[in-house]
Design a protein around this ligand. Structure first.
Ligand SMILES: [Zn+2]
Length: 311
């Protein structure tokens, strides 16, 4: 396929449309999976009057805008979060598409290989799962296995079938090497999170993090490889710090005013920040790895070899 700027723009609009349809499906997942409800049955209904929605109301973003955010039948408000999730998924898909196509090796006349298309789909699946995990964790502070386990299996399977799908240094050329990259990423991502979770629980004498964060990080590691998983953990903690500081201020104000503190005041979902960090690293990897992270990991390797006497 030959790619130039006008074709890229048309494809971008097409990718956005696919992303918003996927976002519409993610809305269903976000509201139904935590309650163990089927995501395929029944079809979309108004949450208040249970009237079945017309096909035109189900069109992502535009359906909500045409109704001005109100149910056609009973006039109940429809949360702006529905079109927001659809638009967000659409934009993330476009970002994934641009990064994977811009960095695909191509011939002089601009031909892009099928590898770029496979990489785009691989990263789009990852981003969709991260969006679902983010909103469920934000609502209920849980990350269902129904999101992370299929994601984990997909990443391992696709990473083995298309071992070249992950960028340098997770690039592999045989199916066995591709599977190994996924498994090491899974172990490192899940491993650091579980270690910090156990240490945090000992220090705080209560559960510091849910097990959902462990499976989420295992999934991120399987998709992106162990180097990106390590960086995701620290970047996620950094992102979460801003929210944590706001919470601490609110907690102190509440405590000073003599009101009773609830468990929710002290809880902070980590999943959204881990997901945001993973998406940042996935999209920024062509710049982050050669520009900064490669040197950092090389230094760590030298220090490790020196300290252990293996060098
Ligand atoms: Zn209604």
């Amino acid at each position: 396929m030959i790619v130039n700027t006008p074709i890229l723009c048309v494809l971008g609009v097409f990718v956005f449309a696919i992303g918003s349809v996927v976002g519409s499906f993610l809305n269903v997942c976000i509201y139904r999976i935590p309650w163990q409800k089927s995501i395929f049955w029944p079809d979309s209904r108004c949450p208040k009057c249970y009237h079945k929605l017309a096909a035109r109301d189900n069109v992502p973003i535009l359906g909500w805008l045409a109704l001005r955010g109100e149910c056609r039948y009973c006039g109940a408000r429809i949360a702006a979060r529905y079109p927001f999730v659809e638009a967000l998924t659409g934009l993330l898909f476009v970002a994934v598409f641009l990064v994977d196509f811009a960095h695909a090796p191509r011939a002089a006349w601009g031909e892009v290989s099928t590898r770029a298309i496979v990489a785009t789909v691989y990263h789009a699946v990852c981003v969709a799962l991260l969006v679902a995990a983010t909103f469920i964790d934000y609502d209920l502070t849980i990350i269902p296995d129904e999101i992370t386990l299929p994601g984990l299996l997909f990443a391992l399977g696709a990473g083995a079938l298309c071992p070249w799908v992950r960028p340098d240094p997770m690039y592999a050329s045989t199916w066995w090497a591709g599977l190994r990259v996924g498994l090491i990423g899974l172990a490192v991502g899940g491993g650091i999170t579980q270690s910090v979770r156990l240490l945090g629980s000992l220090a705080l004498r209560r559960e510091a993090m849910g097990f959902g964060d462990v499976t989420l990080m295992a999934m991120i590691g399987a998709f992106l490889g162990w180097q990106a998983a390590v960086l995701t953990f620290f970047l996620g903690a950094f992102y979460g710090l801003g929210h944590a500081l706001v919470k601490i201020v609110l907690l102190v104000v509440k405590w000073l005013s003599g009101r009773k503190l609830s468990v929710a005041d002290r809880e902070l979902p980590f999943g959204p920040y881990l997901s945001m960090a993973a998406a940042t690293l996935m999209l920024g990897w062509p710049w982050i790895w050669p520009g900064w992270a490669r040197g950092y990991f090389e230094t760590l390797r030298v220090v490790f070899l020196f300290l252990t006497g293996l060098g």
